[in-house]
Design a binder for this molecule. Structure first.
Ligand code: NAD
Length: 483
């Protein structure tokens, strides 16, 4: 662990690192070794109150909310540059805390965070309003104003990236933020807090309160000075947050779960589809909201596709995230591991065929082998429930209409892919599938310039990323000036 540079393990409140008023701390564990990496301060209701009060004071003072956009941009650019410089260090921290293969953390998580900061830095001085002529004797215009204090609550699967997806647009727009990282992976958020302070973010504009969902998170979502809750996590907690927010009728953005279909027609490039599904289903040990876990294949292509997929699965190397050559790490916790193993047993009991199960015989760590089921029918739990692990099911379909109907037979609506070499068929399927993102003959890309989110239900509402995210953190104000 000598290569690991640990961040401050206190709470970031009002521009300084504070011991928790709760007096409590919690351990964060390396999921590959089950060793404790660090002991982190836990924020309780009083700590959360201090953090929100500080964010609110900073907002009202105008030190950030009314600062020239170009100056806000400079801070975000500086944070992006510092993240680049510290990439190796932060990648190790994130890999050890979240069990992610190091190469993937560098390639995906850190790069996406840097891109996102740079993209929204570019918007900070371009939040323009508009004039709307309505009467001869009045000047009428619409301006955009920052919302106020944003509660940002994020999960453990992409800890740094998900935090930045919320912080970058909120700060670009002039909001203040209280960030609650997941209790399983608080370290990279704390490191990010250090960087923001170093780069000149005024005190109180960003506060970071690690802790448990039902204590720290609950106090945050109930706080009367919070103007917006921006949440990424499970559907159950998302709906609870929406109910809580409804008490005060405040803004809510929910990025929730997924059970994403890969719809593969008989004329698809099956090798390309198998390669993409293997990476789309097993990347981050399947703990990805858009993981390709419902594979729907035209019956005539089924056997060839499954052969090609299992050949690729056989090449997945499960093991220590820091070891070169590891392509899949552990899942995040013992609880997550148990849940996934239960889902595998459930699929067997419900009659799915276990077509492939990889090796992973590590004596320690929360490992689950890459697992493939065939003969999956739509009524089975494995076809309907998000497992959030390296498990996927294949269902054969007959005819395009049945394929599309199966793809849409889900309470989730986050992402989908369609595979066909016939451009008309591919476009028709892309239009027919209900999902916030559709990939055609590819899988899994996200980009900070494109909106990301579900079409309601278990996948949530609202969009992170893209220019649409600016709407999340600003209000419109119509102004009449009598002439
Ligand atoms: P989770 O809902 O258990 O936890 C997410 C966050 O919410 C954590 O920080 C947790 O402490 C907090 N939380 C829990 N209870 C709370 C409460 N009562 N009040 C306030 N905060 C509370 O989710 P998870 O298990 O950490 O993450 C997995 C889920 O996240 C999956 O369903 C996955 O699909 C989803 N996810 C979605 C996206 C997306 O972009 N749509 C991205 C990543 C993960």
């Amino acid at each position: 662990m000598s290569q690991l540079s640990l961040p401050q393990l206190a709470l970031l409140i009002d521009g300084e690192w504070r011991a928790p008023m709760s007096g409590r701390h919690f351990d964060t564990v390396n999921p590959a070794s089950e060793e404790i990496i660090a002991t982190v301060a836990e924020a309780d209701r009083d700590d959360v109150d201090a953090a929100v009060q500080s964010a609110h004071r900073a907002f009202l003072s105008g030190v950030w909310s009314r600062r020239n956009g170009i100056e806000r941009a400079r801070v975000l650019w500086a944070v992006a540059a510092r993240l680049r410089e510290l990439e190796s260090d932060i990648a190790v921290l994130e890999s050890v805390d979240a069990g992610k293969p190091l190469a993937a953390t560098r390639r995906q998580d850190i790069r996406a965070a840097v891109d996102c900061l740079e993209y929204f830095a570019g918007w900070a001085d371009k939040l323009e309003g508009r004039t709307v002529p309505v009467r001869e004797d009045a000047l009428t215009y619409v301006s955009r104003e920052p919302l106020g204090v944003v509660a940002a609550i994020v999960p453990w699967n992409f800890p740094l990236m998900n935090a930045v997806w919320k912080l970058a647009p909120a700060l670009a727009c002039g909001c203040s933020v209280v960030l609650k990282p997941a209790e399983l992976t608080p370290l990279s958020a704390l490191r990010l807090g250090e960087i923001f302070l170093e780069c000149g973010l005024p005190r109180g504009v960003l506060n970071i309160v690690p802790g448990y969902g039902h204590i720290t998170g609950q106090a945050l979502i109930e706080h009367p000075l919070v103007s917006k809750i921006s949440f990424t996590g499970s559907p159950g907690v998302g709906k609870h947050i929406m109910r809580t927010a409804s008490e005060r009728a405040i803004h809510v953005g929910l990025e929730l779960g997924g059970k994403s279909p890969a719809l593969i027609f008989a004329d698809a490039d099956l090798e390309a589809a198998a390669r993409a599904v293997a990476s789309g289903a097993f990347f981050n040990a399947g703990q990805v909201c858009s993981a390709a876990t419902r594979v729907l294949v035209a019956r005539e292509a089924h056997d060839r596709f499954v052969d090609s997929l299992t050949a690729r699965m056989a090449k997945i190397r499960t093991g220590d995230p820091l070891a070169a050559g590891t392509s899949m790490g552990p899942v995040i916790s013992r609880k997550q591991q148990d849940g996934i193993l239960d889902a595998i047993e459930g699929a067997k009991k419900q009659g799915a065929t276990l077509a492939y199960a990889g090796d992973c015989d590590s004596p320690r760590g929360f490992f689950v082998p890459p697992t493939l089921f065939t003969d999956v029918t739509p009524d089975m739990a494995i076809a309907q429930k998000e497992i959030f692990g390296p498990v996927l099911g294949v269902t054969a379909f007959d005819g395009d209409a049945q394929g599309v109907a199966l793809a849409n037979d889900s309470r989730y609506s986050l992402a989908a892919s369609v595979w066909s070499q016939d451009i008309k068929r591919a476009h028709a399927a892309a239009r027919a599938v209900r999902a916030g993102t559709v990939w055609v003959n590819t899988y899994g890309h996200t980009d900070t310039r494109l909106p990301w989110g579900g079409m309601g239900g278990e996948s949530g509402v609202g969009r992170d990323l893209g220019r649409d995210a600016l709407e999340n953190y600003t209000e419109q104000k119509a102004v009449w000036v009598q002439l």
